[in-house]
Each structure stands twice: as C-alpha cells, then as structure tokens.
Design a protein around this ligand. Structure first.
Ligand code: C2E
Ligand code: MG
Ligand code: MG
Ligand code: MG
Length: 279
C-alpha cells in the first residue's frame, strides 16, 4: 500500500516508469550532443501541382544522422526536443538550413518554389521568433515569400491573441503560413478567418482511407470547401495511390504531397527532380 511505500519513496516509481525515465534521460543526453555536433540533415519532399504535374513547393523534414543508430526519423526525437527545449536550437538550425538550401537552388537556377519549414509550438511561442526569422532571411538573402512556416492548430489556439500578433507580423514580412495536420487538432473556424494564413494542409490520416471511408471522404471534401470559401490554398498530405489522387482532384484539390510523387529526399535528389521538369 501507499502507506508502506511511504518510507521508501523510490518505490512509487514502478520499474516500468524508471525505465521510461532513464530512456528519456539517455535520449536527451544523446540529443544534446547531437545538437552540439551538428548530426542533423534535412530531407525535402516535393509538393506537386497536379494539374501541371510540376513541383510547386517542397517541405523540409529533419532527420538525425546518429553515428550509432543511423538515420533517425523525427517522430523519435522531436517530442523529446520539444519537451527539453532543445527544439529551439534545433529549429533554428532547420530554419537556417532550409533558407541556405533555397539560396543554393536559386543560385543553381532551379525554379523558384517556396520551401516549407515545420515550427514546433514552443518555437512559435518564442517572443523573438519574428526577429529570428527576419535575421535568417537577411543572412541567407532569401525573399520572405520563398519561406513557408507550418504550424499546427494547437499552436494557434494555445493563446489566440499572442498567436494572432505573431502570425500577423510574419505575414506582414511576407512569409507564408500553412496550418499543418489540419483537421486533427482543435481549431475554431471563427478564428481561422482572422489568421492571415496562406494554406491548409489536409492531414494524411484523412487521405489514407479517402476512397473507402465515407466519413473521411466527407471530411476531406469539407476542408477543401472551407479552404475555397476562405480563399486559402489547400494541400493534401500523404497521397500514396492514384485513386486517392483522382478523388482529391475531383474535389478540386490542386496541390498534393506524398509517396505517390516522392518520398522526402536529400537536396541533390530534389534538384534532379527539378532538372527533369515534371514529376
Ligand atoms: P508533418 O510535418 O506532417 O510531415 C509529413 C510527414 O508525413 C513526414 O514524416 C513525411 O515523410 C510523411 N509522409 C509524406 N508523404 C507520405 C505518404 O505518402 N505516406 C506516408 N505514410 N507518410 C508520408 P516525417 O519526415 O517522419 O516527419 C514526421 C513529423 O515530424 C512531421 O510531420 C513534423 O510534425 C515533424 N517534423 C519533421 N521535421 C521537423 C522539423 O524540422 N521541425 C519540427 N518542429 N518538426 C518536424
Ligand atoms: Mg509539416
Ligand atoms: Mg502534416
Ligand atoms: Mg505534424
């Protein structure tokens, strides 16, 4: 009972919890070292204008090149980075890396398409975010309209007035804003109207069963309709099959991203896609 355990406090933690805590701690240590040693790489996934079959944007997605474990996907370390605050340093590295890549593609003469960067809620809440973004754009010589920041509904709804000021300042600078994983979080449609965002990204969980599940089909159709009424662009995430693409086109979704076109790839391979001219 709790009373008996009271004398030996450590027993409140079950072996499973201790294990979880020490795994978290070890991961935090390794991640801290990885940030110091610059063990991250960016991959880029094309977004496609399905009418023209042209690349109309790319999303930058971070990977951890761990000397022991190899390439680690973000789902395994972003939550810990977010929890520990390391995301601020990592996020800044991602932003700078993406802007340098925009510059490099520009200098190589490739078509100018916006590059999207994911912003974690914690980064979005930084009071000097706007100045940090401005400084990186200036340092890399990238026009603001070439950068798109992806934020989630929960970032926006966390404290609406602050978020609105932040988004407004970024939009005034000319940076594009997208709402990522749209439909999975809580967002107020009334507020959505007030945020100067450029586009909604339909979450991949709705696209997956789009052709078999009437509810998912209805949700996708409503998001596309909502985007149209609010004059926002819409991008479908996680498009893997031709029938999904056909259904999205029928609904009037012009921009798609997914394995059907390309997985996230190293920058050189994306340049090869640009070189080919079409996907
Ligand atoms: P996200 O921003 O929604 O990114 C889309 C994810 O879906 C990527 O996973 C991408 O590889 C995956 N994906 C794209 N097309 C398909 C498809 O057709 N099928 C399937 N099954 N998956 C597809 P990834 O790269 O593992 O990233 C996962 C999440 O980690 C991202 O979701 C984002 O929330 C986060 N993340 C990635 N990079 C960063 C970053 O630089 N900063 C922050 N804060 N978060 C990041
Ligand atoms: Mg994203
Ligand atoms: Mg997403
Ligand atoms: Mg996400």
């Amino acid at each position: 009972t709790a009373k008996n355990r009271g004398r030996n406090n450590f027993q409140f933690f079950s072996p499973a919890m201790n294990d979880l805590a020490s795994r978290f701690f070890r991961l935090e240590q390794r991640l801290r070292r990885a940030v110091e040693r610059n063990e991250f790489v960016l991959h880029f996934q094309p977004q496609v204008d399905v009418a023209q079959r042209r690349v109309c944007g790319v999303e930058a997605l971070v990977r951890w090149q761990d000397p022991e474990a190899g390439l680690v996907p973000p789902a395994e370390f972003i939550p810990v980075a977010e929890e520990t605050g390391l995301i601020l340093e990592l996020g800044e590295w991602v932003l700078r890396g993406a802007c340098r890549q925009i510059r490099a593609w520009h200098d190589a003469g490739w078509p100018q398409v916006p590059v999207a960067v994911n912003l974690s809620p914690r980064q979005f809440q930084q009071s000097d975010l706007v100045e940090r973004v401005r400084a990186i754009l200036a340092e890399t010589g990238v026009p603001p309209a070439m950068l798109e920041l992806e934020i989630t509904e929960s970032s926006l709804m966390h404290s609406v007035e602050e978020a609105l000021a932040q988004v407004q300042a970024l939009a005034d600078m000319g940076v594009r804003l997208a709402i990522d994983d749209f439909g999975t979080g809580y967002s107020s449609l009334a507020y959505l109207k007030r945020f100067p965002v450029s586009r909604l990204k339909i979450d991949r969980s709705f696209v997956r069963d789009l052709c078999d599940d009437r509810d998912d089909a209805a949700i996708v159709a409503s998001i596309i309709g909502l985007a149209r009424s609010l004059a926002l662009e819409v991008v479908a995430e996680g498009v893997e099959t031709a029938p999904q693409l056909a259904a999205l086109r029928d609904e009037g979704c012009r921009h798609c991203q997914g394995y059907l076109f390309s997985k996230p790839r190293p920058a050189e391979e994306v340049a090869a896609i640009f070189a080919a001219g079409a996907v």
